[in-house]
Design a binder for this molecule. Structure first.
Ligand SMILES: Cc1cc2nc3c(=O)[nH]c(=O)nc-3n(C[C@H](O)[C@H](O)[C@H](O)COP(=O)(O)OP(=O)(O)OC[C@H]3O[C@@H](n4cnc5c(N)ncnc54)[C@H](O)[C@@H]3O)c2cc1C
Length: 493
């Protein structure tokens, strides 16, 4: 029997579980996850939970663990130190390194399904400089990732508001050759017109019923075990009892997000020069627009989902090196002051987010320190990170384009738009980046194997090496599919 250990139960860990069990009949998979089971099917997007209280409870349960008793977490939407908002379902990890306050913390989820139980399901493809140029089969893997995640390009496609937004913005931007299109999302359309949002459950699919698959929740991987240049297993801690156990495996996949994957490698003495470096997180300019009456058709029919239309102003290297999302909702998605002229906007509201490039630099990094362990005894996490003049200039350029989009539809509500605090995108990348050659600027090879270490494969957004502006999950799942096919070929041999 071939044994594969997977650390982390988000969409990328799930991609490996699914592929290994599909392609290697003689394999077993043990998946370990530090967080609890929060819903069923395992890893389902909590937005599919019909009861609001049950949905809130599932989010809270993902917000980290305090004390021996188990789960606590931050109050919903808590703002810590007036900086990063931990969005519901996430909690903050790490803090800014001294003298480098650019990214005060990262917001991550700890639960079965990972952030894939909470995500918004936007799945645009990388374009231009966002693409990983040294992967010849990137498009084929993106196709495969779209199928695995149940990506649809027609969600809300026949919503009249989507068509109207698309037409308005296309008209506005056509002279600049900026393309506007529907935004692909990971969702299944239900017969009543509503959507079942994609989550990690969709990626796992039949795996959960496969007797060769075992999931251990509330289990923290504290160290990888090595024999010479090979990783041969890991030390696992049951977080309910504190008991530790060593397990062996023919291959170990670490899919523990872009912050905790480097932490685990560091704790295991695996410390390539690029580990934790080249951290990127695209700045996000967000605004809510109160739509002018008559610009969009009124909403009819049952209120099946507050988001009624999603449109993307796509990345274009020359004309629009940004990724933008425009989402229509009949009700305002942010609280407004009682005297706001934008309350109860007859035309509804549009939320618009513009993602801006952050160029990878070695000095933007996760700093791991064994001398000051965290509450689990793993190296503590500090983040050194700064935006440069290059990014500031891009932010200004994006703001001008966003202002035009807003004016075409209505006007920004009070206090908008804003550049969200660093860390808010939830898209942390680059910390275990992939590269074409082992020249010290990457951690993994093009098949996601750590350079010079046998038996160890990494997965997640941390592998993305480019200045990426679009939502990263489709891309990281495509990289996981590539790595998983290479791994299964090796295991079959
Ligand atoms: C509110 C929200 C909205 C989002 N919207 C979008 C979107 O629209 N589009 C998009 O592309 N992306 C979006 N994202 C990001 C997306 O969810 C992530 O890109 C995706 O989940 C990454 O998958 P992953 O498997 O690499 O990591 P994760 O989903 O983060 O899973 C990693 C798991 O590893 C576990 N873990 C960590 N360390 C250990 C350890 N030592 N031992 C055991 N387990 C460990 C963690 O507890 C976690 O559950 C969003 C995220 C959030 C929170």
């Amino acid at each position: 029997m071939t044994r594969v250990l997977i650390v982390g139960s988000g969409p990328n860990g799930a991609t490996y579980a699914r592929t290994v069990l599909d392609e290697v009949p003689g394999a077993t998979v043990l998946m370990v996850e530090a967080g609890p089971v929060i819903d069923r099917p395992l890893g389902m997007n909590v937005r599919n939970i019909p009861d609001a209280d049950a949905q809130a409870a599932a989010r809270l349960a993902s917000q980290g663990r305090t004390g021996a008793a188990g789960i606590a977490g931050l109050p919903l939407g808590a703002v810590v130190e007036g900086t990063v908002t931990a969005r519901q379902g996430t909690h903050l990890i790490g803090r800014a390194a001294e003298g480098s306050p650019g990214l005060p913390a990262a917001a991550l989820a700890t639960c079965v399904g990972g952030q894939g139980a909470h995500w918004t399901c936007a799945t645009p493809r990388p374009s231009g400089g966002e693409r990983i140029g040294f992967l010849p089969d990137l498009d084929a893997r993106l196709d495969e990732a779209e199928a695995l995640l149940h990506v649809t390009k027609s969600a809300f496609g026949d919503a009249p508001q989507a068509t109207a937004i698309l037409e308005r913005l296309s008209e506005e931007f056509a002279p600049d050759r900026i393309g506007v299109r529907s935004l692909p999302v990971a969702a299944d359309e239900l017969p009543d017109g509503s959507l079942r949002w994609g989550g990690t459950d969709v990626v796992l699919g039949p795996v959960v019923d496969d007797p060769r698959f075992t999931l251990r929740s509330f289990t923290l991987c504290v160290r990888l075990l090595r024999e010479g240049p090979r990783v041969v297993g890991a030390v696992l801690r049951n977080l309910a009892t504190g008991a530790e156990e060593s397990v062996t495996a023919d291959a170990v996949v670490v899919a523990a997000d872009a912050i905790r994957t480097p932490q685990l490698l560091w704790a295991s003495g695996i410390r390539p020069a690029a580990l934790g470096r080249y951290l990127t997180e695209h700045p996000l300019i967000f605004g809510v627009v109160a739509v002018r009456a008559g610009v969009l058709p009124p909403v009819t029919g049952p209120a099946v989902d507050p988001v009624r239309a999603v449109v993307s102003v796509g990345y274009d290297e020359d004309h629009h090196p940004f990724h933008a999302q425009v989402m229509y909702t009949p009700v305002c998605p942010v609280p407004l002051p009682a005297d706001s002229p934008h309350r109860n906007s007859a035309g509804g509201y549009v939320g618009m987010g513009w993602g801006v490039r952050k160029w990878p630099r070695a000095e933007d990094r996760v700093i791991l320190d064994d001398t000051q362990p965290d509450e689990d005894g793993l190296p503590s996490i500090r983040i050194a990170y700064e935006l440069t003049d290059r990014e500031q200039a891009e932010i200004e350029r994006a703001q001008k384009i966003q202002a035009r989009a807003a004016a075409a539809l209505g006007s920004f509500v009070d206090g908008m738009p804003r550049v969200l605090p660093a860390g808010s995108s939830l898209h942390y990348m680059g910390t275990v980046r992939m590269g074409p050659v082992d020249d010290g600027t990457s951690v993994c090879d093009p098949n996601s194997r750590v350079w010079g270490v046998d038996g160890l494969v990494l997965a997640g957004n941390g592998l993305i090496p480019t200045a990426n502006t679009c939502n990263p999950t489709l891309t990281s799942v495509a990289l996981s599919l590539r790595g998983a096919h290479a791994l299964t070929a090796e295991l079959r041999r």
